[in-house]
Design a protein around this ligand. Structure first.
Ligand SMILES: [Zn+2]
Length: 345
């Protein structure tokens, strides 16, 4: 029998995650939220050296350990230079199109703990002023942050305490619509983190145990490629839970749990992928099997780093990923359901 995810619990936690800035490398605050939630569910948590969380659940048979990972780090930026006119030049954290961040509100986080708001603009941001404003290339060196303070020079900005190396987070603009959509930046991969917590909440509320031991890695450097490069050595197999892609020739919808057969790192484990497909069919969980040519996951990172595991990749379908993302709450619940089916089988 399949589990019943606590829908309100999952959506509430997802909203809290989306509202907490967490570009890769600046995840201490969001990890406090993860820690508090794990503690409220009575789940044992430890940390890896770079600040990723490892949650442990004992299974009926403790001879094997299955790893489940999802990442709380997101796209973001860092101050590359303070410009003479009092704006900030950026360097990207993670991979995205500059035009998808243009005109977005942002927050600058100084190392002394102060925050300032601003807007990400092209350096030719007005059609009244620049004849090439429409066609001006939105590349990293053509974008800057306009800070919401009275600053006119580099010195003015430095006086605020803003420096090169400060993190810049993007406004997530998280909205949950009455029709069940979640639209926000950073649904990748916070939707999956909330799906994993939905699994933990179900174990507690519906009092069931997974077949084997589970270790959840809530990773914090996925967007820069090495989130799960380290995983606990007792993990035999790992499912990376990360967003499914939508568009072009892909079959995944915003309500589906995506099962990825192959991405840019190569094919995922044949038996694990087949088992996930069979379980989705058996439990009538809406799913799609797809191939993602421009994608790598924490499972790819774990395999490339030399871990002796087999690995698979599933996750909620997300439209316009790394831009103005959207998924439907059903995709998140379907992800929790498929994970539950897998760890109970
Ligand atoms: Zn992701």
């Amino acid at each position: 029998m399949s589990i019943q995810p606590n829908e309100q619990y999952i959506l509430n936690f997802l909203k809290q995650l989306l509202d907490t800035p967490s570009p890769s490398g600046f995840t201490a605050q969001v990890m406090k939220l993860v820690e508090a939630e794990a503690s409220s569910l009575g789940v044992k948590l430890s940390w890896n050296q770079k600040g990723g969380a490892i949650l442990e659940v004992e299974g009926e048979d403790s001879s094997r350990t299955i790893g489940l990972s999802a990442h709380v780090d997101t796209l973001g930026a860092m101050v590359r230079a303070v410009k003479s006119e009092g704006t900030l030049r950026l360097t990207s954290v993670g991979g995205f199109m500059m035009n998808s961040m243009e005109n977005e509100y942002c927050v600058i986080h100084t190392r002394s703990g102060k925050t300032y708001t601003g807007t990400i603009l092209s350096t030719h941001p007005s059609v009244h002023v620049y004849s090439d404003a429409r066609d001006f290339k939105r590349s990293e060196d053509h974008m800057e942050v306009r800070i919401d303070e009275l600053v006119h020079s580099k010195e003015d900005v430095l006086k605020l305490g803003i420096s090169v190396g400060d993190f810049v987070s993007f406004d997530s603009r998280a909205v949950m619509t009455d029709s069940g959509f979640v639209k926000s930046r950073h649904i990748d991969d916070k939707a999956s983190v909330s799906a994993l917590f939905g699994l933990l909440e179900s174990m507690k509320r519906e009092s069931w145990k997974p077949k084997h031991n589970l270790k959840f890695l809530i990773s914090n450097y996925e967007e820069v490629g090495h989130g799960a490069a380290y995983i606990p050595q007792d993990i035999d197999e790992m499912i990376a839970v990360d967003m499914g892609c939508i568009g072009d020739d892909l079959s995944c919808k915003e309500t589906d749990v995506s099962i990825c057969a192959k991405d840019s790192s190569g094919p995922y484990d044949y038996d694990m992928t087949s088992k996930l497909i069979e379980l989705a069919k058996a439990e009538n969980i809406p799913f799609a099997v797809d191939v993602y040519p421009h994608y790598g996951s924490d499972a790819s990172a774990a395999l490339s780093a030399g871990n002796n595991i087999r690995a698979a990749l599933i996750g909620p379908g997300v439209h316009a990923s790394h831009a103005m993302e959207r998924t439907h709450k059903q995709a998140v619940f379907n992800t929790t359901k498929l994970l539950a089916a897998y760890v109970r089988a």
